[in-house]
Design a protein around this ligand. Structure first.
Ligand code: SAM
Length: 256
């Protein structure tokens, strides 16, 4: 079931969402790549960091969301952004020197099976680097799943897109078997959030969007109220601060 993205809502926590991108790209050893592609570039604010790192490269960003690409196009005119599905992109085309995908592959069902096609689009000596959330068993996700499975919501939410990912070892094995030298790891960030219902604000910009958008207008407010209530219990506020632990999984492959 398709859902849409809201770039401005997504950018609410731009700093927290951007840090893993910086830490991912820091492990890419390419000195002066000719071509760099950001798959699932979103609003493009992070793609522009690739321009700072590699000023002379031909940098491209693609994303399946027209709303995201429109925002990205305003971010940096020196980068070519386009609306495209990364699965189509993976299927054919010239090799690139650096392939980056941040917080996107979790939305591609069976993405482990896509890695051979993605690696085949990396030139010999090139790099593939991606990061995916690894927090799908945390309350921020389980509360949404449990509530969505209750009536009267279940009838509307059965078909929604469900993000998923693997442990670092699975990506290490997959990329190694494809001829890469691999650096894979995980990090749990402790995001300190403020303001009213900050965890709801966070998830409604990303992982909860398909569920929220699948609900009819008369059910969505009651769902959101109950979702907020359960999130407040799971992530209590202390002295005006709410701590959101967020595990992320990283993999960088150097193609020999
Ligand atoms: C959580 S956002 C990440 C955006 C950006 N990479 C970042 O780190 O800020 C996920 C993005 O993946 C895009 N996306 C999901 N599935 C995709 C696909 N099959 N092809 C291209 N983009 C996709 C969405 O449209 C969305 O912009």
């Amino acid at each position: 079931m398709p859902h849409t993205w809201d770039p401005d809502r997504y950018l609410t926590y731009a700093d927290e969402r951007g840090r893993p991108f910086v830490e991912l790209v820091a492990r890419v050893g390419a000195a002066s790549p000719a071509t760099v592609v950001d798959l699932g570039c979103g609003p493009g604010n992070l793609t522009t960091l690739l321009r700072e790192r590699w000023p002379d490269a031909d940098i491209r960003g693609l994303d399946s969301s027209p709303e995201m690409v429109e925002k990205a196009q305003a971010a940096d005119p020196s980068i070519a952004f386009e609306v495209a599905d990364l699965r189509t992109w993976a299927a054919e085309g010239q090799p690139v020197d650096v392939l980056v995908s941040n917080a996107t592959l979790q939305w591609v069902p069976g993405h482990l099976d896509l890695l051979p096609a993605l690696v085949s689009r990396v030139s010999p000596g090139g790099w593939i680097a991606f990061q995916v959330p690894g927090n799908f068993d945390e309350p921020s996700h389980t509360i949404r799943r449990d509530l969505a499975a209750e009536e009267p919501y279940a009838a509307h939410t059965r078909e929604v897109a469900v993000p998923s990912s693997h442990d670092p070892a699975a990506y290490l094995e997959a990329l190694t078997s494809l001829g890469c030298t691999v650096d894979a790891w995980e990090t749990t960030y402790l995001h300190v959030l403020t303001g009213p219902d900050p965890v709801f604000t966070w998830v409604s910009g990303t992982g909860a969007r398909p569920t929220l958008q699948a609900l009819p207008g008369d059910l969505r407010p009651t769902f959101e109220d109950e979702f907020r209530r359960r999130l407040r219990a799971a992530y209590p506020e202390r002295d005006g601060r709410v701590v959101l632990p967020f595990r992320r999984v990283f993999a960088v492959g150097h193609r020999s």
